[in-house]
Design a protein around this ligand. Sequence first.
Ligand SMILES: [Zn+2]
Length: 53
Amino acid sequence: MSYMAKPTPEAEIDPKVRNCLACLRPFTSAWAGERICHKCKSSSSWRSGSAPH
Ligand SMILES: [Zn+2]
């Protein structure tokens, strides 16, 4: 961590390994709101009627 001591407005940005909501497999999520792995995002099978407008 060589970052300067400054506030982080991007609180949502929290890269870590999360479980995909679609295939339930762990994947590297780039931020807190990313819950679907890239593989499932590519396929549209995870969008079961809850697609954001
Ligand atoms: Zn997935």
